[in-house]
Ligand binder design. Structure first.
Ligand code: F6R
Length: 239
């Protein structure tokens, strides 16, 4: 794991965006895995700036998102589909046909997960962006007694519901989601994690220094050969 510590989220966003721009300029048809949540938003802003400044084109990339809520219409303001379009895809020249999401409303979630995993296996993710939950979840792989493999339907934990329900003012937050599994995430060629704020410091400490255990899902990243962790000083405080 290579750990980068910055003063603030904006600097982190610029540094990660530079890595992504370099990747896409070297390989225009790169496959990028994206995360939602607050942590990657400064990165997405910097990617939009890079696109507007003519430093990169995303027209040939393929994208996969980590997860999507179940039982929430795709058009809902809180769906991850909407999040990615509002925060990134609507502002760059990505080809909508190459944008991939798990369908949280699929009639047969198992079949949907198999479909998604086969696409990922076929394309192979060059860079996967990750945030981390306060409970050290990655994607929505919550603490558990075993590591997950491919995509699956997950019951969200109270910690995750508590953290994310601030976004749900009208409808209650869904309690289930479809998420890429741990093994799928680990197959990405490069992983870039971003975490900011003191609420993440225990998760970061355990991920870096603790045992590799499904009780701390992010700890599995210790086994990946090419992981960059971007932290602000608050998230890094216990290291
Ligand atoms: C989002 C995701 C989650 C978030 C994590 C941190 O697609 O998979 O693992 O990355 O919950 O969320 P924020 O960045 O909002 O603290």
């Amino acid at each position: 794991m290579i750990i980068h510590i910055f003063d603030n989220a904006e600097q982190i966003g610029k540094a990660i965006a530079d890595m992504i721009v370099e990747q896409v300029n070297e390989k225009p048809d790169s496959v990028l895995g994206f995360a939602t949540g607050a942590s990657p938003v400064p990165t997405y802003k910097s990617l939009i700036n890079a696109y507007n400044e003519g430093r990169v084109s995303f027209k040939d990339i393929t994208t996969f998102n980590l997860d999507e809520y179940c039982d929430l219409p795709k058009s809902d303001k809180n769906s991850y589909y909407t999040f990615m379009h509002e925060n990134l895809f609507d502002h760059i020249d990505v080809n909508e046909e190459k944008v991939n999401f798990l369908n949280g409303n699929a009639e047969d979630p198992e079949k949907e997960c198999v479909r998604y995993d086969s696409l990922i296996d076929e394309k192979k993710i060059d860079i996967q962006i990750l945030g981390v939950g306060r409970n050290a979840h990655i994607g929505f792989n919550e603490p558990s007694d075993k590591f997950t493999k491919g995509s699956f339907r997950v019951a969200l934990t109270d910690s995750t519901i508590d953290a994310n329900s601030i976004y749900f003012d009208e409808n209650p937050m869904p309690h289930f989601a479809l998420t890429m599994g741990t093994v799928s995430i680990m197959r990405s060629k490069k992983i870039i994690m971003v975490a900011t704020g003191s609420s993440k410091q225990d998760a970061i400490f355990n991920m870096v220094n603790g045992d590799i255990t499904p009780e701390c899902p992010a700890s599995v990243l210790q086994l990946h050969p090419d992981v960059h962790i971007f932290l602000d000083k608050d998230a890094a405080a216990r290291l």
